[in-house]
Design a protein around this ligand. Sequence first.
Ligand code: FAD
Length: 314
Amino acid sequence: MFLQEIPKDLFPVEINVQLLHTGLMKISDILQKKKLTVSFEIFPPKEDSAFEGVIRCANELSSLTPDFISVTYGAGGGTSSNTVKIVSHLQDSGVTPIAHLTCLSSSRLEVHHIIDELHNKKIVNIMALRGDRPRDPLFIPPGDYRYASDLVTDILSRGDFCVGGACYPEGHPESETPEQDIRSLKAKIDAGASFLTTQMFFDNEIFSQFIDRAHSGGIHVPILAGIMPVTNARQIKRMIELSGACIPAKLQSLIDRFGHDDQEMKKAGIDYAIEQIVDLPSRGTKGIHLYAMNKSDVVGAIVGGLGGIERFTQ
Ligand code: FAD
């Protein structure tokens, strides 16, 4: 039995997102004002032909009244113009957006161009990321930035932005020890990042241990818990390869039982995400950040299972 069936009519036929939200704010101010936030993450299309579909998804997600929506940045910046277009669309619709920006594979000039473009469009929130190392062995990064903390400093020198950073409850794959991981994270906070969002994790105990390590390491900014709903067995295999996240026995048994059937796996994954989310506020998170994977039906079902964002965050 599943807690949550996916409702057929998740979204209003005509969405007037303009009416749904009133303020465009710095995320640091939203976090200060609210006990708990709920936010979503979407990614820009690689092909321009898929742009309208992503905008439709953004509108559907906006109608669920999240505190903000983040838009990722393609590795190497290949889809940077789509990231800027989508955050602008969200901003024009009255939803607080945050644009992701990576730095490792770009020159300082290219990065400054994007920061200034966001500033001109009055986007006030930027997620500062290093980006993964390029897979192409022939590509030599320009070398203007080494760590995300260098980007945080640069962004803050070019405008009055709120800057977020990434963190890893199970440690970043390149970190030598959990202690070094926390020291690097602290450097990002000292550079001016005002909140952190975690990599996906599936075991809330790991999140609790990370929060304790962060506090012991002097990190006291809000930490948002990144939750990835598992919607099919292939996706989870790929995500684990990329993130290195541990799969607890309970999730593994769901994958073993339902992995062969996409519909059943989707329902089980939604229920698992809901269970994870309702348990997290007592573990020191300041917000739930749902990796929406551009699947508004899945996010709608999770929000429905929580009784709506407003009720859940009260
Ligand atoms: P950093 O904070 O620079 O850390 C990278 C490594 O360097 C870590 O091992 C860290 O311990 C070490 N380090 C950092 N500072 C120091 C220091 N001062 N001294 C010594 N070691 C140090 N990727 C994309 O391409 N686009 C996206 O939109 C995107 N969004 C993401 C959103 C979230 C919430 C998360 C968790 C990840 C996201 N990523 C994205 C992936 C991210 O770019 C990679 O995980 C990347 O490998 C590390 O980025 P970072 O910003 O955490 O790097």
